[in-house]
Design a protein around this ligand. Structure first.
Ligand SMILES: O=C(O)CCC(=O)C(=O)O
Length: 247
C-alpha cells in the first residue's frame, strides 16, 4: 500500500495522517472477536498476562458482567495472540510505516485501547515520546487502527496539527495515575479525526494528541502498534529483543 504525495505532505505538516481501509474487514472482525473473548475471560491467566486494566472510575467490587464491560486496555498482544500478530506484521500496513520512518522497522510496543460504553474515560493529552524517549523522535510512528467506527461522540483521536514540529515538550506526572500531561496545552487548537473501522491513523511520536470520553452505548475499540526504526536510541529497551517486522 502506498502513501500518496499529498498524504506524505500532510503527515509532515500536521504530524498525523488518517488512511481509510488499511486493515481487511476479516482481520478487524477477528481482532474485535478476540477482544470480546479476552474481556469475557478477564479473570483468567490469559487476560492477566496481557496486563488487563479497567477504567479507574469503576475499579473495585464489581459483578463479573460489570467487570467485562469496563476493561480499558490490554498490552503486548502481538507476542501471544495470532490475530494481533497478523495485523502488526501486515505488509500493507508496514509499507505505510516504512514510508514514514524508513527501515529496518521493529515493533516497539502494542496495545488494545478500549473505551467501554458510557464509562470509557478520556486519554489525557500527551506526546508518545514523553513515555518512550526514543532519539530521534522522527524514528517512531504510531499506527492507531480503529476496530469500531471512531467518532467524536465515542472518543475518536484528537490532534494538535503541527505540534510535532516543536519537538519534545515537558510533561508532568498526574498524581495517582500512570499518565503524563504536557506543560501547557492548547486544547482549542485540537482537531477531531473520526475514522471508519479498518482505517489507520499514523501519528508522529511528538504529535500532541488525546481522546475524549465515550458518551455512547457502544464500545470504541482500537489496536495500536508503535513502530521504531531499528537504528534509533531507545532508553530502557534492548533493541535486539524487539520483533523485526520489516528488514
Ligand atoms: O486510543 C486512545 O484513545 C488513545 C491512543 C493514544 O493515545 C495513542 O495511541 O498514543
Amino acid at each position: 500500500m502506498r502513501l500518496t504525495e499529498e498524504q506524505t505532505r500532510f503527515y509532515d505538516e500536521a504530524g498525523y495522517v488518517a488512511i481509510d481501509s488499511v486493515a481487511p474487514d476479516e482481520h478487524v472482525r477477528a481482532m474485535r472477536e478476540r477482544i470480546e473473548e479476552l474481556c469475557e475471560a478477564w479473570d483468567t491467566e490469559e487476560s492477566g498476562r496481557l496486563g488487563m486494566q479497567q477504567e479507574a472510575s469503576v475499579r473495585g467490587a464489581l459483578t463479573e458482567a460489570q467487570t467485562r464491560a469496563t476493561v480499558r486496555k490490554f498490552s503486548g498482544l502481538v507476542d501471544h495472540e495470532p490475530v494481533f500478530a497478523r495485523h502488526a506484521t501486515d505488509e500493507a500496513l508496514l509499507d505505510l510505516v516504512a514510508a514514514l520512518i524508513g527501515a529496518p522497522v521493529c515493533l516497539y510496543a502494542d496495545q488494545a485501547l478500549l473505551k467501554p460504553p458510557h464509562v470509557g474515560s478520556e486519554k489525557m493529552p500527551h506526546q508518545d515520546n514523553a513515555y518512550f524517549k526514543v532519539e530521534p523522535g522522527d524514528a517512531v510512528v504510531t499506527a492507531w487502527c480503529a476496530l469500531d467506527d471512531a467518532t467524536p461522540e465515542n472518543g475518536c483521536m484528537h490532534y494538535i496539527p503541527g505540534s510535532h514540529r516543536a519537538g519534545a515538550v515537558g510533561h508532568t506526572a498526574v498524581d495517582g495515575t500512570p499518565h503524563l500531561v504536557p506543560d501547557g496545552f492548547a486544547r482549542d487548537a485540537a482537531v477531531a479525526v473520526p475514522i471508519r473501522a479498518g482505517g489507520v491513523i499514523l501519528h508522529h511520536a511528538e504529535s500532541l494528541h488525546f481522546s475524549p470520553v465515550n458518551t455512547t452505548d457502544a464500545w470504541r475499540r482500537a489496536f495500536v502498534c508503535h513502530y521504531v526504526r531499528a537504528d534509533a536510541t531507545m532508553p530502557g529497551k534492548d533493541a535486539s529483543t524487539l520483533r523485526r517486522v520489516r528488514g
